[in-house]
Design a protein around this ligand. Structure first.
Ligand SMILES: [Ca+2]
Length: 121
């Protein structure tokens, strides 16, 4: 049972019925939204990793943190920096790889070509 509100949401060509074509388009839009959400989350992860590397580096110079404590945690701090830099590097590498392979461009082209001209602008 399709409610009137769902009809308005999924009826992309505004002909009053929700056809298979409308559902395919809705599915593509949902997939794009999920990809966008995932990319945004990954971007925030990379930014927070860089932020915490800076904060931890600055925190090591606070007088409250003794040299003995830093020496005791040296191995752990090394792993921390490697892990954080790995997150940032992986994000940047995958972003660069996706932009050079044209995967992102191909997706946006295929979706926009499926839209009727009245919905583009
Ligand atoms: Ca329709």
């Amino acid at each position: 049972m399709v409610t009137q509100k769902q009809k308005v949401k999924y009826d992309h060509d505004k002909d009053g019925t929700v056809s298979k074509h409308d559902l395919v388009k809705s599915r593509e839009l949902l997939e794009l939204e999920l990809q966008e959400e995932k990319a945004t989350t990954q971007k925030y992860m990379a930014w927070w990793a860089m932020f915490f590397m800076g904060i931890f580096t600055l925190a090591l110079f606070v007088p409250l943190v003794t040299v003995e404590r830093v020496s005791a945690l040296a191995d752990l701090l090394g792993l921390f920096y490697i892990a954080q830099a790995g997150i940032v590097g992986a994000y940047m590498g995958v972003s660069a790889w996706l932009s050079t392979t044209g995967r992102g461009r191909a997706m946006s082209t295929s979706v926009s070509s499926n839209f009727p001209s009245d919905e583009r602008g």
